[in-house]
Design a protein around this ligand. Structure first.
Ligand SMILES: Nc1ncnc2c1ncn2[C@@H]1O[C@H](COP(=O)(O)OP(=O)(O)OP(=O)(O)O)[C@@H](O)[C@H]1O
Ligand SMILES: O=C(O)c1ccc[n+]([C@@H]2O[C@H](COP(=O)([O-])O)[C@@H](O)[C@H]2O)c1
Length: 221
């Protein structure tokens, strides 16, 4: 017999810098899937991509400013505090040890991340520790064959499983993403243009105050 349990969601990223695409996605998932907690999880040193443009401390400060007036969103900065290479499996093992076996943990990701899942460090362990919530854009297709397709069919789940089970399901959710990327924001600033209205004003003020991402030109708004 399944029992109802506390549900904690994690939304991981480099957040270099955090923008409205991330914040909107996290908030919509929290509300739609009725998570008790939604934690944004900044990664320290992602192994699968270039070193972030600014320090972990700057990224932590920007995220804190972005969510300071939004009680539905929280930050979990354990990956920054742990230091070293960032692997999701280490974070989930740490959280399991802390929260126990009964709490439901969901790691949220875009479909593009799911498609690379079998390259992640110790990826087979991930579904023993957590559920995966995969966001697809309307009209996008899930893979029909291959390792990820097999994983999807073996672990396929529905929203109610996120409260009934602690881990082990993949829940796919269709959601429209705002067309914003951190890459575009960094490029705008480096060219002396303003990224205003793509990210919270408090984050923009921090970027301007600390003169972040200005590789070549000066700008502001
Ligand atoms: N516009 C967006 N809307 C919703 N989710 C997004 C958006 N952009 C990125 N994400 C998701 O946010 C998480 C963290 O992404 P990340 O920090 O790499 O942001 P990014 O804007 O894609 O950055 P970069 O351009 O530097 O790659 C990932 O799961 C990614 O799929
Ligand atoms: O653990 C891994 O090997 C791993 C490989 C790729 C991505 N991740 C995690 O997936 C999340 C999104 O990554 P990214 O690059 O889209 O920001 C972030 O929390 C990363 O730490 C984790």
């Amino acid at each position: 017999m399944n029992s109802l349990r506390r549900t904690i969601a994690l939304f991981g990223g480099t957040f270099d810098p955090v923008h409205f695409g991330h914040l909107r996605m996290a908030l919509e998932l929290k509300v739609a899937l009725e998570f008790d907690e939604m934690r944004l999880l900044p990664s320290h040193q992602p192994r699968h991509r270039q070193t972030p443009g600014v320090s972990s401390e700057h990224r932590r400060q920007m995220l804190a400013l972005a969510i300071r007036d939004c009680p539905q969103l929280a930050m979990d900065d354990r990956e920054l505090r742990r230091g070293g290479a960032t692997y999701t499996v280490d974070t989930l093992e740490e959280l399991r040890a802390e929260l126990g076996d009964s709490v439901s943990i969901s790691f949220c990701m875009g479909l593009d991340s799911l498609l690379t899942l079998t390259t992640w460090h110790r990826w087979q362990r991930l579904l023993e520790l957590a559920h995966l919530v995969v966001v697809t854009r309307p009209g996008w297709h899930l893979p029909g064959e291959g390792e990820v397709a097999e994983l999807l069919s073996k672990h396929s789940g529905e929203q109610h499983h996120l409260r009934e089970q602690a881990s082990g399901r993949i829940v796919v959710r269709e959601q429209t993403l705002l067309p914003i990327s951190a890459t575009r924001i960094r490029e705008l600033i480096a060219r002396g243009h303003s990224p205003r209205f793509l990210l919270p004003d408090a984050v923009l003020e921090y970027i301007e105050d600390k003169r972040l991402y200005r590789t070549a030109a000066e700008g502001g708004c």
